[in-house]
Ligand binder design. Structure first.
Ligand code: ADX
Length: 183
């Protein structure tokens, strides 16, 4: 097994890169760029993105704490299957509750779960508002909106933290690649 700076872990043999952060923080952008950079290096990689999962597998779920917990649970189970198949699975989910992310880590397996905090200040995310959702939430048209009427608990001890307001997408992806130590 390849020895990396993280000990004896070999993330290339299958792992889950779990991107958590506010809506508009840059999770999907980082996920797509990371996917491209890994596939350019010949790695097997797949992205599970919250917006897409919620239009299919998780379309029956709401944004209540219970709905989000179940969303995280299902996607954790799916991501574990990808990791077991030897794929680097990139998950891009708000996943606002630390307890739910801890469960995801348990489901996937600690040694192959990489929690990445995609961190941008709330004001920046609201200003970016790429889907116009913050404005709708402010107007009371969307309930339980993360950062406005529902909480976001920042990761306590993420493996990687990205400041998307300070580094460009290449810099952010570079940081994840460095952690994964892929060849
Ligand atoms: S999670 O909290 O359950 O992890 P997830 O990442 O799947 O969220 O979905 C978030 C996406 O759903 C957002 O990017 C946004 O497009 C959309 N969305 C719709 N309603 C809400 C809401 N109340 N809170 C957060 N995101 C919402």
């Amino acid at each position: 097994m390849k020895v990396t700076q993280q000990g004896s872990r070999n993330f290339e043999a299958g792992c889950v890169v779990w991107l958590t952060g506010l809506s508009g923080a840059g999770k999907s952008t980082v996920a797509q760029e990371l996917r491209q950079r890994l596939s350019d290096r010949g790695k097997s990689v797949f992205v599970l993105d919250g917006d897409i999962m919620r239009s299919g597998l998780c379309s029956d779920l709401d944004f209540s704490p219970a709905g989000r917990k179940e969303n995280v649970r299902r996607i954790s189970e799916v991501s574990r299957l990808f990791a077991e198949a030897g794929i680097i699975c990139i998950v891009a989910l708000i996943s606002p509750y630390q307890e739910d992310r801890n469960s995801a880590r348990r489901i996937v397996g600690t040694g192959r779960f990489v929690e990445v905090y995609v961190n941008a200040p709330f004001e920046v995310c609201e200003h970016r508002d790429p889907k116009g959702l913050y404005a709708k939430a402010r107007a009371g048209q969307i309930k339980d909106f993360t950062g406005i009427s529902a909480p976001y608990e920042p990761p306590v001890k993420p493996e990687v933290e990205l400041l998307t307001n300070e580094s460009d997408v290449n810099g952010c992806v570079g940081k994840i690649l460095e952690y994964l130590a892929v060849s």
